[in-house]
Design a protein around this ligand. Structure first.
Ligand code: C2O
Ligand code: CU
Ligand code: CU
Length: 531
């Protein structure tokens, strides 16, 4: 039976999909689509939650004369079971597993990494040769790694066309002159990152500093990385990436899976002690927004977001994480000794990962202070420039799939966002679509000032920005430093960005990877400071 989006709808599997996707008579998958598994038919919580290894540096390298750890991380094909009762899946990973090794590094010291492409010569997911960067002549298998959230010099940031093919490698330097934060790394190759990523190419990078060390948050075995992503899985246990009806252009505008992998496993469990744990969560999905809750009804305590600690812990009833957003959470299992609790998504009470709380444990000597870090809020008056930038969606008259663009411009057009190093700018993300797009800027951190409804007709027809609603303050867990902003449909999301770090060329894009692959990505260039 051909699997179409309508089938997903009927099965209720598109919950969490962007509203426009639900509303649209979307591209159907081809008739050759294989049978997919319904994860609800699998035994839940039979696999222990995998914890990715923390590698030791290979050797000591130098950045500007200073000694830093050097890692060598090989991208390769592996076969691993996504669930106990499924055959091993073909995956493309960093190191030996999906997610890859967790890089645990010091702010201000940094690291160098040799990223080695040892992948097979043929891609196993549907490459679209009509997309930018994927035109014929480009090898299908090409990779470039980006450390998401890193304040990285431009030559090491993972420019989307600075790719390597199997047999090649690239060595990047990461000074990490920034605050402690939950970073992650993933593939960024133009046009195929969505496929490489779906195949498993992602990992965590935890940046620590002395301020955070002094806080006595749960650490060591009581700190767990949780990398979340959704996948479609065939009856043979393999990843399935859907395609359009057009064999010449298999790109689809979004991909949603009914199976949520937590650290690469479907429905894993974790044995925990009755005490506080720190969960470092990243939404590593191609396009899904997660809506996370604890099954016992208690709020999640969020202590950090994309770019580090919040000023103070925030109780979150339901945590909405857009693709690429991170949340640093504290969960206290102490009241649950002898019981279990699940992290649930989208109101499905079954949960995506189960924590089994032991009867008794060692003493909990962790502390969650009332004030975590000084996070001075930036005021709009600090900005020297304000840019109006639209998020648009174009329907092709020819019946081809729509395209999403940033400020109406294609990737190859000349650079228009050219802040000066050290300047503070406001970017008004004017969302003319009906959907939420998670907008990410490389290299910098920013704050969300406010969101505001506006008259999109007036903007389209006359280019005037007329607000129709009062400014809405960001949610309490959005008050820290961010590098991804949920830009909601029909609203202007105003972000304030200090362009500190390095001069040079970077990218900003929607982190729905299918959008980014089809023109929803643009360069920006930080110009050097005035002499
Ligand atoms: Cu998470 Cu441009 O990247
Ligand atoms: Cu990034
Ligand atoms: Cu988007």
């Amino acid at each position: 039976m051909p699997l179409t989006r309508r089938h997903f709808l009927q099965a209720g599997l598109l919950a969490g999909a962007a509203p426009w996707l639900r509303a649209r008579a979307a591209v159907a998958a081809t008739a050759s689509a294989p049978t997919l598994i319904d994860p609800r038919t699998l035994h839940a919580f039979v696999d222990p939650l995998p914890i990715p290894p923390v590698p030791h540096p290979e050797r000591i390298a130098r950045i500007d004369g200073a000694a830093v750890p050097h890692y060598r991380i090989v991208q390769r094909q592996v076969h691993a079971k996504l669930h106990r009762d499924l055959p091993p899946a073909r995956l493309w990973v960093y190191g030996d597993s999906m997610p890859g090794p967790t890089l645990d590094v010091r702010a201000g010291q940094g690291m160098t990494v040799e990223w080695v492409n040892a992948l097979p010569a043929k891609h196993f997911l549907p490459v679209d040769h009509t997309l930018m960067g994927s035109n014929k002549g480009q090898p299908d298998v090409r990779t470039v790694t980006h450390v998401h959230g890193g304040r990285t010099p431009p030559d090491s940031d993972g420019w989307p066309t600075d790719t390597r093919v199997p047999g090649q490698s690239q060595t990047y330097r990461y000074p990490l002159n920034q605050e402690a934060a939950t970073l992650w790394y993933h593939d960024h190759a133009m046009g195929v990152a969505r496929l490489n990523h779906y195949a498993g190419m992602m990992g965590m990078c935890l940046v620590r500093d002395a301020h955070e060390d002094a806080l006595r948050l749960p650490r060591g075995e009581h700190e767990l990385p949780l990398v979340l992503c959704d996948r479609l899985i065939t009856a043979k246990g393999q990843l399935h990436y859907p395609v359009s009806e057009n064999p010449k252009s298999p790109w689809v505008p979004e991909v949603f899976g009914n199976a949520v992998l937590v650290n690469g496993k479907l429905l894993p469990y974790m044995q925990v002690e009755p005490r506080r744990y720190r969960l470092r969560v990243v939404n590593a999905a191609n396009g899904r927004f997660f809506r996370l809750r604890l099954s016992d009804g208690r709020p999640l305590v969020q202590i950090g977001s994309d770019q580090g600690l919040l000023h103070a812990p925030v109780d979150v009833e339901q945590l909405v994480l857009a693709p690429a957003e991170r949340a640093d959470l504290i969960v206290d299992f102490a009241p649950l000794a002898g019981k279990d609790v699940r992290l649930t998504n989208d109101g499905d009470p079954h949960g995506i990962v189960q924590f089994r709380v032991a009867d008794s444990g060692r003493r909990d000597d962790s502390v969650v202070p009332d004030v975590l870090r000084d996070v001075p809020r930036l005021a709009a008056s600090q900005a020297v420039r304000e840019r109006n930038l639209t998020l648009n969606e174009y329907e092709h008259l020819s019946g081809l799939p729509m395209k999403m663009l940033l400020d109406g411009k294609y990737w190859h057009e000349k650079v228009t966002e050219t802040p000066r190093l050290g300047d503070v700018e406001i970017w008004n993300l004017i969302n003319l679509t009906d959907d939420s797009h998670p907008i990410h800027l490389h290299m910098v951190r920013f704050q969300i000032l406010e969101r505001r409804r506006f008259d999109s007709f007036a903007y389209r027809s006359r280019g005037t920005l007329r607000y129709t609603g009062a400014p809405q303050a960001p949610a309490p867990n959005e008050l820290g430093w961010k590098d991804v902003a949920q830009a909601h449909g029909g609203m202007v999301t105003r972000i304030i960005v200090p362009f500190d770090g390095y001069a040079g060329r970077y990218v900003w894009h929607c982190h729905i990877l299918e959008h980014a692959a089809n023109e929803m990505m643009r360069p920006f260039e930080v110009r050097p400071r005035k002499a």
